[in-house]
Write a protein that binds this ligand. Structure first.
Ligand code: HEC
Ligand code: HEC
Length: 331
């Protein structure tokens, strides 16, 4: 495995450094502690320290100025950010439908590397013509696709066996922006003319989505989708700039995140991994045994959650961490 060999190289380097230290008796050289290979640190992500090394190891050989495979030079930062902005970068490394799976001819990147690149794209909110990307704060009147609509579609419709890339019932895939727009007939500004919205408000229970025996989406969620289409059905996102991590409460911070990002797959007759996340007791029990936090931080050995989706925001992850550290109170 690539990661394992990286750490082996690191340990060898650390060992040889410590030999040098031992010979020279030089107290100035400090050997970094061995990183814990089970942790995926996506808290601090930068281009130079995080993203570039991943691309150097896996992509630059085929995508440099002298050899731009597919016309793509990934060492060109503006090219990279434009691929990030139009979804191609994530589509290709996540092996989503409709993109060429990258790195070509090799295994998919580790979930941790994918999480880091994903985080980098989202915190910088790359847009094709934005030379100096800044995180965008969330405006209360705007509905953001990446923050609110995509998680809802993934957990209520992109469920395995329905509109996930592997099944694609009726040719419809609802797990990434490009597929949502192209396969669910979304007409920006016109919810009534958009299949995605029409099927949610359908009176005929045989045609309504999600189909029986699933419950219809809540009025609140349907209204969000309507508003997002009215606002132009953009591939937009925002970052919670005022992240409240001091007074974390189950009702205010934890439950709404689970309802938006997890509930659709962790309820009903066939919940993912047999884990129900519909109420306080169920969520506290998944949090108490460590699997919930390991899954949302995409730790090695756990299935990364939300399945098929982007990682939760670092604000949400910090709130889960605080709530768990506080002993998962029902507050
Ligand atoms: C062995 C060579 C090779 C490696 C390694 C490689 N690529 Fe590619 N890549 C190609 C070729 C060839 C194409 C154009 C043909 C195609 O789309 O399959 C391409 C196309 C792409 C595209 C356009 C995909 C699309 O659907 O339009 C993206 C984005 C991309 N690569 C990103 C990456 C990233 C990111 C990595 C590293 C994680 C990577 N590539 C590693 C050879 C490679
Ligand atoms: C699209 C459906 C889907 C969504 C959305 C989803 N899950 Fe899952 N979850 C699954 C499935 C299916 C499994 C079983 C493992 C697998 O197939 O990857 C699972 C497994 C898990 C596990 C066990 C992981 C392990 O490796 O032991 C936990 C914990 C979990 N999910 C929590 C969550 C949380 C928390 C969220 C929301 C942040 C979430 N899931 C969102 C489908 C989903």
């Amino acid at each position: 495995m690539k990661i394992a060999s990286k750490y082996r190289a690191f340990i060898l380097l650390a060992l040889s450094l410590s030999l040098i230290v031992a010979c020279k008796h030089d107290p100035e050289i400090v050997v970094a502690p061995d990183p814990d290979p089970t942790l995926c640190d996506t808290i601090t992500v930068t281009y130079e320290l995080t993203v570039k090394p991943i691309l150097e190891a896996n992509c630059f050989s085929c995508h440099n100025a002298g050899n731009p495979s597919g016309g793509i030079d990934l060492t060109d930062f503006s090219k990279l950010t434009s691929l990030a902005a139009d979804g191609k970068l994530m589509g290709s490394i996540k092996h989503l439908n409709g993109y060429s799976p990258m790195p070509q001819g090799s295994n998919r990147l580790s979930d941790c590397d994918i999480a880091k690149i994903d985080k980098w794209i989202r915190i910088n909110d790359f847009k094709p013509d934005d030379p100096d990307p800044e995180p965008v704060g969330c405006h209360p009147d705007t509905v953001y696709f990446q923050n609110e609509i995509l998680p809802l579609l993934i957990s209520s419709c992109g469920v395995i066996g329905c509109h996930d890339p592997g099944t694609a019932q009726d040719g419809i895939v609802l797990t990434d922006y490009a597929s949502v727009i192209s396969t669910a007939d979304v007409r920006p500004g016109n919810p009534e003319g958009s299949d995605l919205y029409e099927v949610l408000i359908e009176d005929d229970p045989d045609k309504r989505m999600p189909p029986l025996p699933n419950a219809p989406l809540s009025q609140d969620k349907i209204a969000k989708i309507r508003k997002w289409i009215e606002q132009g059905a953009l591939n937009n996102s925002c970052e919670e700039i005022n992240c409240d991590t001091t007074q974390v409460s189950f009702a205010t911070h934890i439950m709404p995140v689970v309802q938006l990002h997890c509930l659709g797959c962790h309820s009903g007759n066939n919940p993912g991994a047999g884990i129900m996340l519909t109420n306080y007791n169920e969520i506290a029990s998944a949090a108490g045994n460590g699997s919930l936090f390991a899954a949302i931080t995409w730790q090695n050995g756990f299935s990364p959650m939300p399945k098929n989706g982007n990682q939760l925001s670092s604000c949400n992850i910090t709130q889960f961490k605080k709530w768990i550290e506080n002993g998962t109170p029902d507050n």
